[in-house]
Design a binder for this molecule. Structure first.
Ligand code: MG
Length: 222
């Protein structure tokens, strides 16, 4: 299995925070009715990171693997209770990633009121692009368009301006719960258009200001 060892990260990864339910249309496409009052937070282990271009094995325990393209940020310095107005000074990198999700498993877990790990934290569940150095003067983090295609067909289109909790707000809130440290990675939520993947599919994520990255699912459903 190919994993984080083949990824060129500028800072050793510390943790992966993921934000759920951060785009209104995505909440509705999964049958939700209203935006959460607080961000939905879960984590993936850093060993689940997959470098661009690597092949991903279809997870054996689920039947409905979904792509979720997300803007991903890298924290570059330590901070606690970070004011929203200073939040972007803690961001050292930005890229795109896929929060791969076993939707059939997640539906069962949600229904039973159980934690999401089995549906979100399986091996290779965090394909991650290369972090581009972040400079808030060059890039408006609150107006970033990004997309995901599968086998060349457009599946998801989003803009960070549509987020329920903006990236500065997420950093503020997360830093009230955890002391953020260099190497912390934040997947910031997915827009509408999530859908199933099949063995052999090619997933490509793209943003004009960030770049494009792709991964293949192994053609064999092992
Ligand atoms: Mg997600």
């Amino acid at each position: 299995m190919l994993d984080i060892d083949s990824h060129s990260l500028s800072i050793p990864p510390h943790r992966i925070f993921c934000i759920g339910k951060n785009y209104d249309k995505h909440i509705k496409e999964l049958g939700g009715k209203q935006a959460p009052d607080e961000p939905v937070v879960f984590m993936k282990p850093v060993c689940n990171i997959v470098a661009p271009g690597e092949t991903i094995s279809y997870p054996p325990a689920g039947k409905e693997l979904h792509h979720e393209v997300e803007v991903v940020i890298l924290i570059g310095k330590k901070g606690k209770s970070i004011p929203e107005s200073e939040a972007l000074t803690y961001v050292s990198g930005i890229t795109l990633g896929l929060d791969l999700t076993l939707r059939d498993v997640q539906k069962k877990l949600k229904k039973a009121g159980l934690p999401w790990e089995l549906s979100k934290s399986f091996d290779q569940s965090a394909p991650l692009g290369i972090f581009k150095n972040f400079n808030s003067k060059e890039l408006d983090i609150n107006n970033l368009s990004f997309s995901c295609s599968v086998n060349g067909n457009s599946r998801q289109k989003g803009n960070t301006g549509e987020m329920i909790f903006s990236i500065p707000n997420l950093i503020h809130i997360l830093s009230n719960w955890w002391i953020l440290k260099p190497g912390d990675i934040i997947f910031t939520g997915t827009p509408a258009g999530v859908g199933p993947l099949q063995p052999g599919d090619k997933m490509e994520v793209e943003s004009p200001m960030i770049g494009s990255y792709s991964w293949h699912l192994s053609p064999e459903n092992l």
